[in-house]
Structure formats: structure tokens, C-alpha cells
Design a protein around this ligand. Structure first.
Ligand code: FE
Length: 160
């Protein structure tokens, strides 16, 4: 019986330390969040970040914090910190959303077609955590001709 209780205590300690490790990671690095369910994401994201990245909603044009950002640096996934877009490929599309003509070299964003607004659009998701980022259209500038139309709420900008 005593051995059983000892085992129980050890297991309890292991699970407590596993939990505290997760919250330590979140507080130490606010740009790298970990969660496995939508409910967990709700706890670590702002309501707007949650609506965009988990429910695929779109922030209103000209309201996000990065549509007019012209500083040099890297745009990373607001949830997992994956490097998605560089300021080098950001351009002023006039749309009111951060726009890029390409992803970071070596980054492979997930793409899938949706028909939510009556015509097909290609959705863009973070390849690492699956966060909804925005959409990609083929009316962008050279050299790719693509326009990645991304919600600021799905991004974290790291200045160079
Ligand atoms: Fe991510």
C-alpha cells in the first residue's frame, strides 16, 4: 500500500511539473504560445487573435497594427512563432491589410480553397500550428504576381 502511495505522489509531482512548464514557457516567451485545443488557445490569445487564427474571421481593413508598418523585420505566427513573411516582400496593396508578394524562403504555408463569400478564395494557414492567417490572390506585383493578404492579428512583428 505504501508503495502505491509513493507511486501516486511521484506521478502527481510529474504532472504538476509538466503543467507549470507549459505556463512558464508561455510567460517567458509571449511570442511562442502552446495549446492543443481551441479552449486552450482562448486562454492564451486576445479575443481578436482567437477569432482570426482559430475561427478564420477577418479583421476590418485599416484597423490592424501592421497594415501601415514600414519597419524592417520579420513577421511571425502570433501563436507558434513560425517565421512567415519578411518586410522585404511587404508592399502597399491599398487593401488595408498587411500584404506580401511572397513567403519567407523555405517557409511552406498551407493553402486550401474556401467558398465562404460566394467565390473561391485560397486560404493561407501557418504550416506549424494551423493558425488561419488570411488569403492569397493572384493580383500581386512582380516577381511572383501573388498577394498574400494577411490579418495583423495573426502576426507578431520582430524588428530587425
Ligand atoms: Fe503557427
Amino acid at each position: 500500500m505504501k508503495t502505491f502511495f509513493n507511486t501516486l505522489v511521484v506521478m502527481l509531482c510529474i504532472s504538476i511539473s509538466a503543467c507549470s512548464q507549459t505556463s512558464t514557457e508561455i510567460s517567458k516567451n509571449p511570442t511562442t504560445k502552446t495549446a492543443s485545443t481551441k479552449e486552450d488557445w482562448k486562454k492564451v490569445l486576445t479575443p481578436e487573435q482567437y477569432a482570426v487564427t482559430c475561427e478564420g474571421s477577418t479583421e476590418r481593413a485599416f484597423t490592424g497594427k501592421y497594415w501601415n508598418n514600414h519597419e524592417e523585420g520579420m513577421y511571425k505566427c502570433v501563436r507558434c512563432g513560425y517565421e512567415l513573411f519578411s518586410s522585404e516582400t511587404k508592399y502597399d496593396s491599398g487593401s488595408g491589410w498587411p500584404s506580401f508578394y511572397d513567403v519567407v524562403p523555405g517557409s511552406h504555408v498551407e493553402k486550401s480553397t474556401d467558398n465562404e463569400i460566394g467565390y473561391p478564395r485560397t486560404e493561407v494557414k501557418c504550416p506549424k500550428c494551423g493558425a488561419h492567417l488570411g488569403h492569397v490572390f493572384n493580383d500581386g506585383p512582380n516577381p511572383t504576381g501573388m498577394r498574400y493578404c494577411i490579418n495583423s492579428a495573426s502576426l507578431n512583428f520582430e524588428k530587425k
